[in-house]
Write a protein that binds this ligand. Sequence first.
Ligand code: PBG
Ligand code: ZN
Length: 319
Amino acid sequence: MYPAVRMRRLRTLKLIQETRLSADDLILPLFIDENIADKAPIESMPGQYRFSIERALKEVSEAHSLGIKSVLLFGIPTRKDETGSEAFNKEGVIQRAVRALKKEFKDLVVITDLCLCEYTTHGHCGLIEDGTVLNDPTLTILEKVAVSQAEAGADIVAPSGMMDGMVKAIRHSLDQHGFADTAIMSYAAKYNSALYGPFRDAADSGFKFGDRSGYQMDFHNAREALREVELDISEGADIVMVKPAIFYLDIIAKVRARFDVPLAAYNVSGEYAMLKAAAESGYLNGEETLIECLTAIKRAGADLIITYSAKEAAAILIR
Ligand code: PBG
Ligand code: ZN
């Protein structure tokens, strides 16, 4: 007697696939470097580059033709100071990059990282006093950066510094300045992770002393992430993010189960580097592992995935 239910009957039917990955889900992060003329390779992220504004247009055009409709911009300024004031310069690298991109690609969703670590000499995500990062005085600066990015044409600002009250402060200042339609994607549950190492090389945003444990989350905690997300939603976040992604699929699933806002997951630099290293050494099939990895992030509950592999994945998906 065979069992009445044979799970193998439908096993290979694409028709019943529960999760479908598409280029529409992917956001491509780009490092825009004011100090270079063309592009410069990022050593710890093989295949990734920093771009000049001009060169970034070409990169986005390639991504666009593969079906990627959204980018997340990080700026590397020529001038840094104690307070990160270059982050709200009207002629700053990000402000100019946003204007150039929005002019050239009308339907491109431009998201700007909203933080100070790439703009401060000490590399922390906020103002410093006696070696600690101040919360409330940092909010005042973030408000100015948000308005300046919105003025340049950013569709979405993405505060990534894990300061308490940042979403409320930014929402308020955007509204006050006539940018009620500029959305906020909050890095709501951002863990203090070893997986950010390559990014800090890429964005020249490593800290000169201490660490980020005073503001980013302790990876031993999950319930705390739900409180962070709940707070950010109550402060007006339009999209919330969990970061990193693949060690944090449980967090993604929990947030998805509890809240009904769009959820983003950040497949971070260290995740990219691990996969690339294994693929380059021949230990893993890079393409297969990439698609399985991104599908898992989506299956866990993410609507959007920020990934350095966006172009590579999109190229595989349209084959
Ligand atoms: C800091 C910031 C970090 C990343 C994006 N913005 C991490 C950090 O330095 O703490 C990490 C992204 C990545 O690793 O890909 N605001
Ligand atoms: Zn930061």
